[in-house]
Design a binder for this molecule. Structure first.
Ligand SMILES: NC(=O)c1ccc[n+]([C@@H]2O[C@H](COP(=O)([O-])OP(=O)(O)OC[C@H]3O[C@@H](n4cnc5c(N)ncnc54)[C@H](O)[C@@H]3O)[C@@H](O)[C@H]2O)c1
Length: 336
């Protein structure tokens, strides 16, 4: 049984909460960190943190990764074997509207985490990056050393910058840095601005959703959240030096088919309105997961049908009444 001391940033969010709980469940001592950013329902995130405390003994430090001093103090006062850094602003179109915030949080915030970790003697950082760094230039499937210097929006630019910053810290200070590039994660606790959630919401409530090009010709490498969390746990267990690793499923599905699949498991129909795809969104994502298999022993296990059923069950059973309406003005759906 593992008993590492792990800091998980973004622990009240969709992926971060799943990762934090997975680590705690196997015996790691996990401290969560989250600023409860209002991009979507703060009440929802606070309930997640409260449930984590009750069920897994995970405390959540309410701290902003932009606060350098607070991070320094934290690492001075506690020893961590690893940091899993997921705190970020993650909206693709929202980053076009507010690029400065994405640079502040996703790039500068990561630098603050790296600095504080280094100063506090923690030499292992696992970072949540994104398939968005591949932009439209990449051939499919995406391989980690494909060019990733043509981002389509500030979000991807900031994440790519953070990956590169990790390399500088690795070279300068011997920090072990693994960047995991996530591909359209979906499942229980799904972020409500994302496509998978919006489809479920549309089926349940009859809300109309905007779907780029009617979902045709738009391919996403949907990856179930438990498989992604498994990849994070493996990356914690295998410090590698400096590596960038795709964490997808490796089997992209056309958005139209993904919608139909969810409709089938839900036994209802989504109300779809086709709108043109904006320039900041990718046409397709497709992970080559050979490297994750070889270096981490990663093997995604959840098929789309099973994953969609789990998402739907969660949506029906656990969506907090009013969670969506508590959210501030949401950007239009996010497929990545
Ligand atoms: N969900 C996906 O499909 C996907 C795809 C690619 C990459 N990612 C990356 O995975 C990570 C988690 O994404 P998610 O979908 O769970 O998003 P999320 O928004 O649910 O989680 C992010 C968490 O970070 C917190 N946060 C935001 N700004 C912060 C700040 N300044 N200080 C401290 N905490 C802050 C938020 O409150 C939130 O709880 C992000 O880094 C995201 O970029 C996610």
């Amino acid at each position: 049984m593992a008993s590492n001391q792990i800091l998980v940033t973004g622990s009240a969010g969709f992926v971060g909460s799943t990762v934090a709980e997975r680590l705690a469940a196997r015996g790691d001592r996990v401290l969560g960190l989250d600023c409860f950013d209002p991009y979507y329902s703060v009440a929802w995130k606070r309930r997640t943190a409260a449930a984590q405390r009750a069920q897994f003994g995970i405390e959540t430090l309410e701290t902003d990764v932009r606060d350098r001093d607070a991070l320094r103090r934290l690492f001075e006062s506690r020893r961590f074997d690893a940091v899993v850094h997921l705190a970020a602003l993650a909206g693709i179109r929202a980053s076009v509207a507010r690029p400065e915030r994405y640079v502040e949080v996703d790039l500068n915030g990561t630098q603050n985490v790296l600095d504080a970790a280094r100063a506090g003697g923690c030499d292992h950082v696992v970072f949540a990056s994104t398939s968005s760094v591949y932009g439209d230039a990449a051939r499919a499937p995406f391989v980690e050393d494909d060019a990733s210097d043509r981002p389509l929006q500030p979000y991807a630019a900031a994440k790519r910058g953070a990956e590169i910053l990790g390399y500088a810290y690795h070279r300068l200070y011997g920090l072990r840095f693994t960047a995991l590039r996530l591909f359209s994660v979906y499942g229980p606790r799904n972020r409500p601005d994302m496509m998978a959630y919006r489809i479920a919401e549309s089926i349940e409530r009859g809300t109309e959703i905007e779907v780029f090009d009617g979902g045709q010709g738009l391919w996403r490498d949907w990856t179930f959240v438990d498989d992604v969390a498994d990849g994070f746990v493996r990356a914690v267990d295998v410090p590698l030096g400096y590596e960038i690793i795709n964490l997808g499923r490796g089997e992209p599905i056309e958005l139209r088919a993904f919608i139909e699949g969810l409709e089938t498991v839900a036994g209802g129909r989504a109300r779809v309105r086709s709108v043109p795809k904006p320039a900041c969104d990718m046409q397709h994502t497709h992970a080559d997961i050979t490297k994750a298999r070889v270096l981490l022993g990663y093997q995604p296990r959840t098929g789309i049908r099973e994953g969609s059923a789990a998402l739907w069950r969660w949506y029906r059973d656990h969506t907090l009444e009013g969670a969506a309406s508590l959210a501030p003005a949401r950007p239009t759906l996010s497929a990545a």
